[in-house]
Design a protein around this ligand. Structure first.
Ligand SMILES: [Zn+2]
Length: 255
C-alpha cells in the first residue's frame, strides 16, 4: 500500500496531543503531504449523533448489541460535536461501530487507497475480545480511517498492579485518591499529561505501519510499535526508547 497524503483530524479538547507538532512529525518521518483538518464531527448531522449514541456499550461482558439511544444520549452527542471538552463520565463505545459511523464523515473522493485518514477523538473506543469474552479499551482502531482515542491511551494500558491494590484497600478505610495518585505519579499517563504528544507519535506509527504492512505491532519493548498493555511499557517504549527497532526502521527507510 502506498500513501500519497495523510489527513489528520484534530481533537481540540485535548491540546496536549500537540497537533501541529504531530503534523511535523509525520512529514519528517514519512516524507508525505499532511493535511490538517478540524474535528471529524464538525460536519456531523443529527443522524450521525443517533448512530454514535447507538454504538454505546452497556454490557461489557457481551458482544455488541445495537443500543436504542435515548433523547438525552443523542443530545449529549450533538453537544459534544460542538464542544468535545464537555465530558463528565467516560462513555464506552464499540470501536468498530464507531469506526463505521465516522467513515461516513469522510468525502468519497478522499477515500482512495493512497489517502490515509487519522482521526483523533477523546471518545473512549473499546472492542470485544472473543478470547476472554469482554470489552477492552483501545487506544487505536487501525484501519483507514484509523482512530486514535486519547481516552483509550490513558485508560486502556493498565496502571501498576499495586496502584489498583491500594485503591481497593483504601476504599474500605475512606478513599484518598489524591494521595494514591501522588504516590504513583509519573508511572502512568494522566488526563492532560504533557507527555501525551510524544506517546501519540507511537500510535501514529502503529496506524501507518498497519496500513503499509498489515501489521501495526512489534514484539520488542525496545520499539515504538510495541503493543503496550501496561502504562509502564507504554512510557518505556515511547519516551525512554523513543525509536523503532532495527527491523522496523529498515522498513521505514525503504518506504
Ligand atoms: Zn519493531
Amino acid at each position: 500500500m502506498k500513501i500519497s497524503k495523510i489527513f489528520l483530524y484534530d481533537e481540540r479538547a485535548i491540546p496536549e496531543i500537540g497537533f501541529s507538532r504531530l503534523i511535523d512529525f509525520l512529514k519528517q518521518t514519512f516524507d508525505v503531504q499532511v493535511e490538517q483538518r478540524k474535528n471529524i464531527f464538525q460536519s456531523a448531522n443529527d443522524s450521525i449523533a443517533i448512530e454514535i449514541a447507538a454504538s454505546r456499550i452497556f454490557k461489557t461482558r457481551q458482544p455488541f448489541e445495537k443500543h436504542e439511544p435515548t433523547t438525552e444520549e443523542v443530545s449529549f452527542e450533538k453537544a459534544s460535536f460542538l464542544d468535545s471538552t464537555k465530558t463528565e463520565n467516560i462513555v464506552m463505545y464499540d470501536g468498530f461501530e464507531f469506526h463505521k459511523v465516522v467513515t461516513k464523515l469522510i468525502p468519497e473522493n478522499e477515500m482512495t487507497s493512497d489517502q490515509f485518514h487519522i482521526i483523533f477523538t477523546n471518545k473512549f473506543t473499546c472492542t470485544y475480545d472473543q478470547t476472554d469474552f469482554r470489552y477492552h479499551g483501545r487506544a487505536l482502531i487501525a484501519s483507514n480511517p484509523s482512530i486514535i482515542s486519547t481516552t483509550g491511551i490513558i485508560e486502556a494500558p493498565a496502571k501498576p498492579k499495586a496502584y489498583y491494590f491500594e485503591l481497593i484497600s483504601n476504599m474500605t478505610q475512606g478513599l484518598n485518591l489524591e494521595s494514591i495518585k501522588k504516590k504513583y505519579q509519573g508511572m502512568y499517563l494522566e488526563y492532560h499529561d504533557a507527555k501525551l504528544s510524544q506517546v501519540v507519535e507511537g500510535y501514529l506509527l502503529q496506524a501507518i505501519f498497519y496500513y503499509l504492512t498489515g501489521d501495526p505491532f512489534c514484539d520488542k519493548r525496545e520499539c515504538r510499535l510495541f503493543n503496550a498493555h501496561w502504562q509502564k511499557d507504554l512510557l518505556y517504549s515511547q519516551l525512554e526508547i523513543a525509536k523503532l527497532c532495527d527491523k522496523h526502521q529498515e522498513i521505514l527507510n525503504n518506504w
